[in-house]
Structures are given as structure tokens and as C-alpha cells.
Design a protein around this ligand. Structure first.
Ligand code: PLP
Ligand code: COI
Length: 353
């Protein structure tokens, strides 16, 4: 794969760690490639980060044909840079793309593009504790036509953002509100994909939660509003009576790579873990009866995020005295230890750039 390179003439300086936050500062370059039915993927290029031009009729602007990924590059103590399970992201963007009719991206092209861009902007991988370079690959349709029809042209871009913790709280517990009005996804819809529309449909509830002092909402299933699904930007796990329970991937939940990695770690430690339907009634009665030992979210941006309070129908339930619990802490230590190279990587999850 031949990637052309146009170096920025206006390099920026990465701000200090305490100014990084999440997802608002971008590295100097971006990767771009185009798709048309006749040429397939072509014009692979790394160019200075900057605005893009779109025809106002581009179908993504009208019909939201867009999917994206979230992954990170980590700087180890010896200065080397590593990706975490990049082929999982490559697989998942194609699962998402297939659902909304966007073209498939060969996995090796996806991973190679990420690697080459990270190499070009390697100085943008921060080295402070808990920091990483967040990588955002995304794919959208550009057909300049308002008629509803198949997608025949598309663009794939990767941008990167040096980031610290996603939540202002860091690894401190967050407050989460169960959402009882809006729904995020239904089976047969797009809930299992990372398409932009899912997040558009989630915004209103997220904003309402923020106004009430909650970080994000916990979604219930879209049909019966009976089962717990996932949080705005993370999957969710509950330790109930000694067993870790996480909602099963029934079609309306994103198959998180962090979720999958946590389940693999729990299995390797012989900590009982179940993927199954979890009703809100079971969750709330566990909270009321002192059987909800821990609750936490899992995600690339969120890493492991302990949940210290759940609100449901205006009742508040404190979890584990608003402290991080032992399973969440163990998962956090192991996962981040593997990602930052301070612990062995028995599953070969990390890939050196
Ligand atoms: N669920 C949603 C809706 C998300 O946006 C994310 C973040 O990517 C996750 C779950 C966690 O997925 P992953 O662990 O692959 O980042
Ligand atoms: C990620 O964790 O990579 C995400 O995509 C979360 C994002 C919606 C903020």
C-alpha cells in the first residue's frame, strides 16, 4: 500500500498533560482514503490535519451514513509505542459498515493506515500517567445525491487526539442515571454498531442526565424497557452476589473490545462472570438488598470506570460506598498494565508500532 505524505508546514506543540482532557486537541496529520465502486479504495494519503471539503448534497449530511472506531496508542516507559488489539477495531468497523451499507475496508489496510499515521505523529503520543493517543478512524458516504439509494462513494479518515481521562472524575466513581424515557436501540436496528446515528439519538438523554449531575445514562432495552443494556460510551458490568454480570450481546448493544478483554481476564482468574439478560428489577433489588457489590463501565475512552451511584425513577442507590471495588480495580490495574507495558501480555494483545 502506497501512502503519499504531505508534511504540515505549521506543526503545533502538544499542550501539557493537565490541559489534555479528552478529544479536543488533534495531532498534526490525518490519514485519508477514498472509495468509489470502480476504483475501490484509492488515494491513500497522510496530510496535515485540517478542514475537509464536502459537497452539500453528500449523503452522510442528510442520511447519516457514518461509522467510526475508537482505539488508543500507548507510550511505554522505554519510549516504544503500542496499539491494543487493533484488528478487533478493524473487524468491528466492517461489522458497522455492513449494517448501513458502507464499503468494507480490508483489515490490513485499516491497521496499516493507523500504524503509519501514528508513526508520523509519534511525538503526539503523550507519556504522562494515564495518558494515550486516542485514535478515531471514521468512514462516511459522499455520494452527492438526495435520492435514497445504495452508497457508491465514501471517504475514510483517521484523526488522533492526545488524551487523558475521559471523565473529569478520572478513575473516581461516576454517577449514572437509568434512562426511562428515550431508548437508544432496538434489535434489528443499529445498536450493535458504532454508527454516528446511535450517538445522535442518545444525546438528549445524556444532556438531561448531565443537568441533573449524572455523567451518562444507563440504557434499558428499547422494547420492554425491562433489561439493562449499556451506558452512553461504555459497556457495563455489575458484581452481584459475587458474580460479575454483564448484559448479553443481543443485537442492541455494542460489542466492546474492553468488555471482551475484561471477560477474558475474569475467566483467566476464575472469577465467575456471566453474559446474560439482566433486568432492571434484578439490579435494583440487588442494590436494595446489599447484594450489588460493584458496578463499573468498560470502554476504550472510559477504560474501567467505577459507578458510585445509580439513579432510577428518582431513587438513588449508592454502590460500594462510592468507592472503586476490588474487581474493577484488579481489571483496571491489569488492563492498563498490559496497555502501558508494565505487566506481561499473556494474550498478545499489544502490537508495537
Ligand atoms: N458502548 C458504546 C455505546 C461505546 O461508544 C463504547 C465505546 O467505544 C463502548 C460501549 C465500549 O467499547 P470499546 O471497549 O470497544 O471501546
Ligand atoms: C470510545 O471509547 O472509543 C468511544 O468511542 C467513546 C466515545 C463515544 C466518546
Amino acid at each position: 500500500m502506497q501512502i503519499s505524505f504531505t508534511k504540515t508546514t505549521n506543526p503545533k506543540i502538544m499542550p501539557p498533560v493537565e490541559k489534555l482532557g479528552f478529544g479536543s486537541i488533534f495531532s498534526d496529520h490525518m490519514f485519508v482514503m477514498d472509495y468509489t465502486d470502480d476504483k475501490q479504495w484509492h488515494n491513500f494519503r497522510i496530510v496535515p490535519y485540517g478542514n475537509i471539503e464536502l459537497n452539500p448534497a453528500a449523503s452522510v449530511l442528510h442520511y447519516a451514513n457514518e461509522v467510526f472506531e475508537g482505539m488508543k496508542a500507548y507510550r511505554w516507559a522505554d519510549g516504544s509505542i503500542h496499539l491494543f488489539r487493533p484488528y478487533e477495531n478493524a473487524k468491528r468497523i466492517n461489522i458497522s459498515a455492513e449494517r448501513i451499507d458502507l464499503p468494507q475496508i480490508p483489515e490490513n489496510i485499516f491497521v496499516e493506515a493507523v500504524r503509519e499515521l501514528v508513526k508520523v505523529d509519534k511525538n503526539w503520543v503523550p507519556s504522562g500517567a494515564g495518558t494515550s493517543l486516542y485514535i478515531r478512524p471514521f468512514l462516511f458516504s459522499t455520494d452527492p445525491e438526495l435520492a435514497l439509494h445504495g452508497i457508491h462513494q465514501a471517504t475514510f479518515i483517521i484523526i488522533m487526539s492526545p488524551s487523558a481521562s475521559y471523565f473529569a472524575e478520572g478513575i473516581k466513581p461516576v454517577k449514572i442515571m437509568l434512562e426511562t424515557q428515550d431508548v437508544r436501540a432496538v434489535r434489528g436496528g443499529t445498536g450493535y454498531t458504532k454508527c454516528g446515528g446511535n450517538y445522535a439519538a442518545s444525546n438528549r438523554a445524556g444532556d438531561r442526565a448531565l443537568e441533573k449531575g449524572y455523567s451518562q445514562v444507563l440504557w434499558l432495552d428499547g422494547v420492554e424497557r425491562k433489561y439493562v443494556e449499556e451506558v452512553g460510551a461504555m459497556n457495563v458490568m455489575f458484581k452481584i452476589n459475587g458474580t460479575v454480570v454483564t448484559p448479553a450481546l443481543t443485537g442492541s448493544i455494542l460489542g466492546g473490545i474492553t468488555r471482551k478483554s475484561c471477560l477474558e481476564l475474569l475467566k483467566s482468574w476464575n472469577i465467575p462472570a456471566e453474559e446474560r439478560l439482566l433486568s432492571v428489577d434484578e439490579l435494583i433489588s440487588a442494590a436494595q438488598n446489599g447484594k450489588l457489590d460493584e458496578a463499573f463501565g468498560t470502554g476504550t475512552a472510559a477504560v474501567i470506570s467505577p459507578i458510585g451511584e445509580l439513579a432510577y425513577n428518582d431513587q438513588k442507590y449508592t454502590v460500594n460506598d462510592f468507592k472503586i471495588g476490588p474487581v474493577a480495580q484488579k481489571l483496571y490495574d491489569e488492563l492498563t498494565g498490559i496497555q502501558w507495558g508494565t505487566r506481561p501480555d499473556p494474550f498478545n494483545w499489544t502490537e508495537c508500532i
